[in-house]
Design a protein around this ligand. Structure first.
Ligand code: ATP
Ligand code: ZN
Length: 631
């Protein structure tokens, strides 16, 4: 029996034809992506475009069942497509590219799709696709797994909460003082070795960022002084690395594991309630002996750890001279061995159990083993719910998108308790969400010619008139938080958009700065450059930009500060996976007073045009003003 016969029975001939003419985008062809590709093909989507930037690794083969040993180093996207060709009725289009690359995938490229499936493994790409989905009002099926935990969440822009509406769990963080002075668990020593020591010795810019803080997670002045001093002294150790003189490696050991520990011991307060560390003795450092290859599964003796530390530091010093900087990578045996041995020596000193290479690789690489079955369940749920998102299931019609369900497995939900699977209904957008609710959103479509010709003042004029903003406004390049125009900064007004570095993929933020009781809501606009447009075209979106009470919108100052903080936090997270934060420091969130529903309604006054307001002449501008031909 042909596959489609069953499908037609379930969704009906007419809806089956709709599915056949639907195009979907699958982002990620890894664990969940392989499963999803199979599901989407079996559902017979008309076209499936698959984007994945990566090539296949040995470690992918246990669960990414479309790939074989012979495919290692081949692109995931094209290999996945080849693997499914023999049971495929859909048109498949693979791309080995980063989905965030705006030159390959400009915003208008995404518009061809009816639905997007995310099967990604990192926050940055998830956030990016979520934004695209919001700008284009494209349904997105977001999903992820970690071990037995998994989730899938349909996102219908404007109707249901988006990926950013809820706070995302941040990587585990530790106080600086625990990492630097008083470790008590293997992870503390691993974070010290990976995020602090390794960077100090082998990164080109040997700053870890943490020392720029003034909060150390401790009030002990002596301890803070010691931490600062230690950082400075470690810069000296980098000179040994640079000297290429491997006979000086025992000096590194002496400094890290004898001298620095003795200095910590001298801070008596630290050891009132804690077991004192025992520094390495000179004889331990000097007693180098022949070592065998490192066994990944056992721990060995402290002497073996020291010998391996010396050996691997020799190798890294040699590499550093050629490579100029080395980054920690769990799959780079030398960097892993350095972190393992340094962490284990420190653990030994602080009376903490040492760990095997295998264990430390999991922790340092933030690896939770992937479970193929979790991927299969999440991908299955995700593809099934897409039929409801596209409203193709007649027996379960979707009247309200908030009737759709998301799904969590096991611990991920905090709701499931004794159930493996929970599938709560979707929530409405969170009115505090900086991505889907706080500002209005739209796309400016323009030709590249227009970018080169249009002056900033002209763009400001167009936006001001189209959405009835007052005279006092500010314009920000939201991607870089750069101020472009405001009431006392007009220096760039005569520059063209390209001269102020606005281009395809730039996001600008336009705000009312008049300070009346009511202000026009800020608008965030994506610049989508399309060369198929005639040269002088600039098209502004026809969207409604309501007036809101000024007390309900952030002042620019607050917004700038908080925006910056958020960016910094995200950068840190993505760089290291594990961030060293100071004790008591919370995650930074954009903190806006929530608009209650009633407030929101009363603030949604479209015709606010009091007699003295500059808005009077602007408020009722024609909505046809969307194609502007420039001279
Ligand atoms: N910006 C991006 N553009 C395109 N593809 C991406 C992007 N970011 C991540 N991916 C892809 O998403 C997929 C996620 O799959 P998965 O979670 O199974 O990770 P993996 O890298 O295959 O495995 P592991 O992380 O466990 O080694 C990967 O194949 C990765 O290449
Ligand atoms: Zn949101």
């Amino acid at each position: 029996m042909a596959r489609e016969t069953n499908l037609v029975k379930i969704i009906g001939e007419d809806n089956f034809q709709k599915l056949r003419s639907s195009k979907c985008l699958l982002v990620g062809a890894g664990g969940i992506g392989s499963e999803l590709l199979k599901d989407l093909i079996l559902m017979e989507f008309g076209e499936i475009h698959i984007v994945d930037l990566d090539t296949i690794d040995l470690s992918n083969l246990n669960r990414q069942f479309l790939f074989r040993q012979k495919d290692i180093k081949q692109p995931k996207s094209t290999t996945a497509v080849k693997a499914v060709q023999h049971f495929n009725n859909s048109k498949l289009v693979p791309y080995q590219e980063n989905v965030m690359d705006t030159s390959t995938f400009p915003l208008h490229w995404f518009e061809q799709f009816d639905i997007i499936f995310n099967a990604l493994d990192n926050l940055a790409a998830r956030r990016y696709v979520n934004k695209i989905s919001q700008f284009l009002s494209l349904p997105l099926l977001e999903s992820g797994t970690a071990g037995f935990d998994g989730y899938m969440q349909p996102i219908i822009p404007g109707k249901t909460e988006c990926f950013e509406c809820t706070k995302k769990e941040t990587p585990k963080t530790f106080p600086v003082c625990t990492i630097r002075s008083t470790p008590s668990q293997p992870i503390h020593c691993i974070v010290w070795a990976k995020n602090f020591l390794f960077n100090q010795l082998f990164a080109s810019d040997a700053s870890t960022g943490e020392d720029n803080n003034n909060d150390w997670g401790t009030d002990d002045a002596e301890e803070i002084k010691r931490i600062k001093q230690e950082t400075n002294e470690l810069h000296e150790l980098q000179k040994i690395v640079l000297s290429k003189d491997v006979s000086r490696i025992p000096e590194i050991l002496h400094k890290l594991f004898t001298q620095d520990i003795n200095k910590l011991l001298a801070i008596e307060n630290l050891w009132k309630t804690r077991t004192k560390p025992i520094p390495l003795s000179d004889s331990q450092i000097k007693e180098v002996f022949k070592t065998n290859k490192f066994d990944s599964n056992s721990v060995g003796t402290i002497q073996e750890q020291i010998s391996h530390f010396i050996k691997v530091t020799e190798k890294l010093m040699d590499r550093y001279a050629k490579e100029k900087q080395i980054e920690f990578d769990k799959d780079d045996a030398d960097t892993l061995e350095f972190v393992v041995t340094a962490a284990n020596i420190r653990s030994h000193i602080f009376n903490i159990p040492m760990k095997s290479v295998f264990d430390i690789k999991q922790i340092a690489g933030n690896i939770i083993p992937a479970i193929a079955t979790t991927n299969a369940i999440i991908a299955g749920l995700s593809s099934l719910v897409s039929l409801r998102v596209l409203n193709l299931l007649k027996y379960a019609p979707v009247n309200e998108y908030t009737d759709l369900n998301m799904a969590f497995t096991a611990k991920a939900s905090n709701l499931s308790q004794n159930r493996y699977l929970s599938n709560p209904k979707l929530a409405s957008p969170n009115c505090n969400c900086p991505v889907c609710s706080k500002v209005c959103r739209g796309v400016i479509r323009l030709s590249s010619d227009c970018l080169k010709k249009m002056k900033l003042s002209e763009l400001v004029g167009l936006i001001r008139n189209k959405y009835a903003y007052p005279e006092d406004i500010s314009l920000l390049d939201a991607s870089s938080q750069r101020l472009l125009v405001d009431y006392d900064f007009e220096d760039l007004n005569d520059r063209t958009l390209s001269e102020v570095n606005l281009g395809n993929g730039s996001i600008i933020l336009f705000s009312d700065e008049e300070g009346d009781t009511m202000v026009r809501k800020s608008i965030e606009m994506y610049l989508d450059v399309n060369d198929e447009f005639s040269p002088n075209t600039c098209r502004l979106p026809n969207i409604k930009v309501p007036l809101v009470k000024s007390s309900d919108s952030l002042s620019n100052e607050e917004e700038d500060e908080k925006g910056d903080d958020v960016t910094t936090t995200m950068k840190n997270q993505e760089k290291d996976g594990v961030v060293i934060l100071d004790e008591g420091e919370d995650d930074i969130v954009i903190d806006i007073e929530p608009l209650s529903d009633s407030k929101k309604r009363s603030a949604d006054i479209e015709d606010f045009n009091g007699p003295n307001s500059k808005r009077t002449k602007l408020a009722n501008e024609s909505a046809d003003f969307d194609i502007v031909e420039l001279d």
